[in-house]
Design a protein around this ligand. Structure first.
Ligand code: UD1
Length: 425
């Protein structure tokens, strides 16, 4: 087991390069199953969720060749299995994309239930509703989702999502690529990674229109091309995490390899709190500069283009040291405030009532021993450690390794005093 030790109090200064987007990559890798041939994927983040995705592809029969830390070649020609055991799927949320992609290519799949962050109930009823609307039978038993089609295969239909779901939108897109006729997803999610998946699939020969709006139309095609290359979009959440860290530490950070339009919901909130932002003309770099203590703000997380739920814990840290009392409301998940108990141990004044955290800003947080309860909570604790007085120890950091590439190295390059040490069990 490993833990992080952070000696706090240094403002972050320098340049940080953002990696490829985890949530795009974990959709695009399963999508390679639809390609009966080879493709190259570049700008892949080197994180544990990606390794798990690649292991599943290999398990299914694909050949995966690492061309560098961030680029792979995947040959899906010889995939001959349609089952993924629960022992592999339980380790991360995005494993559910293997249901849509296997169903799309083979007309059947048996995939274990997904795992991932414990942030409240995470049903997959909308994914199932979509598969069923296209004519698939879906049975959930013994921790396995089993789905299959009849002799007609999948047939496009109009699917109205009852909730805006990233996972359901992507899974239905994957299943629909070869479906007969046109599949229309209404009330679709609009996150940048949904657009990235559509761009990838269209590059490979799919016919998907409307990604990034709430109506996505997928006209079924008989097959996809092989031999193409694709580069994953920069990670909106990683960039947002560094923006918040820069503001919280009263630092001056240049964020490169980002797409500033994806960051607008975060930029708008930081500017409201008194942070200075400077965007490059090409929209690929953002300087975040904070000299003074930020002021209170009210934040509600919402589906894109709203404020991302995956930046909710990191924002709580910033609000904890901002001047005044802020409201932070979770608008996507049932419960995502487990980490506030850890922040309170560091001196934050937070009261959670239902979906809202009331945060009374304090002058300083104080380092202590804390535990990461999930991926984004772990990122929040690192920011808290960086701005706290004294030393912070963060345990259960395997959650953080699931989703951030070279995270502590990047913080160290910005001046943070952060070390990873092995803990004797
Ligand atoms: C994805 C992201 C996650 C992010 C979330 C919201 C990946 C791998 N994960 O998670 O990082 O926090 O989007 O931006 O991309 N819901 C249902 N029924 C369903 C599906 C979802 O009720 O069938 C509900 C969920 O309980 C939740 C809301 O819809 O309240 C949004 O969930 P969803 O967008 O599907 O999140 P995930 O795909 O799990």
């Amino acid at each position: 087991m490993e833990k992080l030790i952070i000696k706090g109090g240094t403002p972050l200064k320098g340049t940080v390069k953002i990696s490829g987007a985890k949530n795009a990559a974990v959709a695009i890798l399963p999508a390679t199953i639809l390609i009966n041939g080879k493709c190259r994927i570049d700008n892949l983040p080197n994180i544990s969720d990606i390794k798990l995705c690649l292991q599943i592809l290999e398990y299914l029969g694909a050949t995966v060749t690492y061309l560098s830390n961030n680029e792979v070649e995947i040959d899906s020609t010889n995939i001959d299995k349609t089952e993924v055991p629960f022992s592999m799927t339980k380790k991360f949320r995005a494993s559910y994309y293997f249901i849509g992609s296997l169903l799309g290519r083979f007309g059947k799949a048996e995939v274990g239930f997904p795992g991932g962050c414990n942030i409240g109930s995470r049903p997959i009823d909308q994914h199932i509703k979509g598969f069923e609307a296209m004519g698939a039978t879906v049975e959930c038993e013994g921790g396995i989702v089993k789905t299959y089609t009849n002799e007609n295969g999948l047939v496009g239909d109009n699917i109205y999502l009852d909730v805006v779901s990233v996972g359901a939108t992507i899974n239905i897109m994957l299943a629909a690529v070869f479906a007969q006729g046109t599949t229309i997803i209404e009330n679709a999610a609009k996150e940048p990674h949904i657009v990235d998946l559509a761009n990838f699939l269209n590059t490979m020969g799919a016919n998907i229109k409307g990604a990034g709006t709430d109506v996505i139309k997928i006209a079924g095609v008989p097959n996809l091309n092989s031999g193409a290359s694709y580069s994953i979009v920069p990670d909106q959440i990683e960039a947002g995490t560094f923006m918040i860290a820069a503001a919280a530490s009263k630092g001056d950070v240049l964020i490169t390899n980002c797409i500033t339009t994806h960051l607008s919901p975060i930029s708008a909130k930081l500017e409201e709190m008194g942070v200075t932002l400077e965007e490059s003309d090409d929209g690929e770099q953002l300087r975040v500069f904070a000299q003074n203590r930020t002021t209170k703000a009210n934040i509600k997380t919402l589906p894109y283009p709203g404020f991302p739920t995956d930046l909710q814990p990191q924002s709580a840290v910033l609000l904890s040291v901002s001047d005044g009392t802020s409201y932070l409301t979770e608008g996507v998940f049932d419960s995502r405030f487990q980490y506030t108990e850890e922040l309170k141990r560091m001196g934050a004044k937070i009261r959670v009532e239902g979906k809202t955290a009331y945060i009374e800003g304090v002058e300083h947080l104080t380092g202590c021993s804390v535990t990461a309860t999930d991926l984004r909570a772990g990122a929040a604790l690192i920011i808290a450690g960086i701005i706290a007085d004294g030393e912070t120890e963060i345990h259960s950091i395997e959650h953080i390794d699931r989703g951030y590439e070279d995270f502590e190295e990047k913080f160290r390059a910005l001046g943070a005093d952060i070390t990873r040490v092995t803990v004797e069990e």
